[in-house]
Design a protein around this ligand. Sequence first.
Ligand code: PGA
Length: 258
Amino acid sequence: MRDIIIAGNWKMNNNTQEAEILVEEIRQNVRSINHVEMILCPPFTSLSKVAELTKETNIKVGAQNIFYEDNGAFTGEISARMIKELCDYVIIGHSERRLLLGETNQVIGKKVVAAIKEGLHIILCVGETLEQRERGETQLVINTQLAESLSKVQEFENITIAYEPVWAIGTGVSASVEDCKKGIRTIRSIIEKMYGTLSMQSSKILYGGSVNPKNIESLLSEAEIDGGLIGGASLDPENFVSIINKSELFYSKTSIND
Ligand code: PGA
């Protein structure tokens, strides 16, 4: 049996009022979901509101980023310690932060360590750009991203990896199931090399990049794909709920490791 994870990355969208409307619509429609771990990742400004609205529901909450220090003179930054009051999850290493904000694997590695210290569950994003893919560097890029950002992590616990090929994010063109499988297999083999077979077997690997209600079923029908990190489609309650409902049907699919 495998439980599916569906995480909504709202990115820089929704003020608190809009967040409230979106959560209400999702909340009402996912009450009977038992086998999908649902995580909403709103902007920092709505974290508190979303946490309050999802209290005592089956929906979990995550932040989209953290800084790696606990506190101090870091204008504009938010620490793991601060978000821990509001949520249990955090996305680290999203490609938009890598590419637009210059986050390196080293910085991401420090954030991973800070999140672990606070007991947060990490969704760590990796994936190649179109240029890297065309140069045949996909495996190398994933390897470097994981090796460098996990270099200070002793045990592979509370970490979910999201394979997000940059060329598939926000483009409406999802990676093919074959490409997803290749990326995810690469990730699993790196986890095995770094942390051993047991960690590899228990690891959860998500796919992200233009996931929508139309392609979720073909993605999840591959036992290697444990769920999705959803951007655009998570902002539309109908689409997001439809993705969740379809995912619920796959819960009993046998895991590749069984
Ligand atoms: P998308 O974004 O679903 O809009 O492609 C996914 C992501 O960036 O996590």
